[in-house]
Design a protein around this ligand. Structure first.
Ligand code: COA
Length: 260
């Protein structure tokens, strides 16, 4: 698969997807969003890939937002269509049974912040700046920001960020729970890869079902979520991975999972 707007590298069972429009601070034009859809589908379907890291080229920006030059031309019908298309593609990151980590290497604004929000985990470099500045442009977030941000940081903090359009630094993003971890810029990718390897050492079926239980549980009632969890708990008891994990513990050795 070849890409114009991003690079896709598979190494040590990790797909590293790097958005690559540094002259536009990796802004998401429609073509880049389409390629992100192909890249996540490819990574999800490949047996040699267990997890996905998403980052941006350069030291300045992860993604500085949707491409404003394209947005400036839109009318109501194509604006809605653009939003729905981007939402559907970002959701492919959120619903991936393989873990997704956003390695935020600089500005993560607007659509960039929303893309990071669709990933399971966010690690930021110390120079990262995050925000949803759409209201500065007379629009609102269109790629999931009004929905995923309050679920992550709470309604009050989300509304503050959305309504003021303010940018916050990595330390503040960590303080409010918008990012999981902050590391020096030079250590960002290695930190993301180290966390991913930690996850890839676990049972892949268990990991996939935990992602699904958290995703689905967040959208339903506690009772429905608990039912999903119990069903997964029973289902996992049918796997060779569960037998291996428990035997390995009892035999005082590391477990070797095969995803079956
Ligand atoms: N869409 C399109 N182009 C963008 C962009 C975006 N979201 N963000 C940056 N760019 C382009 C700039 O137009 C500029 O292109 P040019 O060199 O052809 O003029 C280039 O990227 C560099 O950006 P610049 O603004 O010169 O860098 P800066 O260091 O002065 O400022 C930002 C950095 C991130 C503060 C500023 O670029 C910015 O505010 N970007 C828009 C953020 C935004 O509103 N995002 C939400 C969109 S819905």
């Amino acid at each position: 698969m070849s890409f114009q707007m991003l690079t896709f590298e598979a190494r040590n069972r990790i797909a590293v997807i790097t958005i690559n429009r540094p002259d536009k601070l990796n802004a998401l034009n429609d073509a880049t969003i389409g390629e992100l859809g192909s890249a996540i589908d490819d990574a999800r379907s490949r047996d040699d890939i267990g997890g996905i890291i998403l980052t941006g080229t350069g030291a300045k920006a992860f993604v500085a937002g949707a491409d404003i030059a394209e947005l400036a031309e839109q009318g109501p019908v194509d604006g809605r269509k653009r939003s729905l298309r981007g939402q559907a593609i970002f959701t492919r990151f959120e619903t991936s049974p393989k873990p997704t980590i956003a390695a935020i290497n600089g500005y993560a604004l607007g659509g960039g912040c929303e893309l990071a929000l669709a990933c399971h985990i966010r690690i930021a470099s110390e120079n990262a700046k995050l925000g949803l500045p759409e209201t500065n442009l007379g629009i609102g977030p269109g790629y999931g920001g009004t929905q995923r941000l309050p679920r992550l940081v709470g309604k009050g903090r989300a509304l503050q960020l959305i309504l003021t359009g303010e940018m916050i630094d990595a330390a503040e993003a960590f303080r409010i729970g918008l990012v999981n971890k902050v590391v020096p810029a030079g250590e960002l990718l290695s930190a993301a890869e180290a966390m991913m390897q930690q996850i890839l050492a676990k049972g892949p079926v268990a990991v996939a079902l935990c992602i699904e239980a958290v995703n689905r549980g967040m959208e339903g009632t506690l009772d429905d979520g608990l039912a999903i969890e119990a069903n997964h708990f029973g289902l996992l008891a049918s796997t060779a991975d569960m037998r291996e994990g428990m035997q390995a513990f009892l035999q005082k050795r590391p477990a070797v999972f095969n995803g079956k």
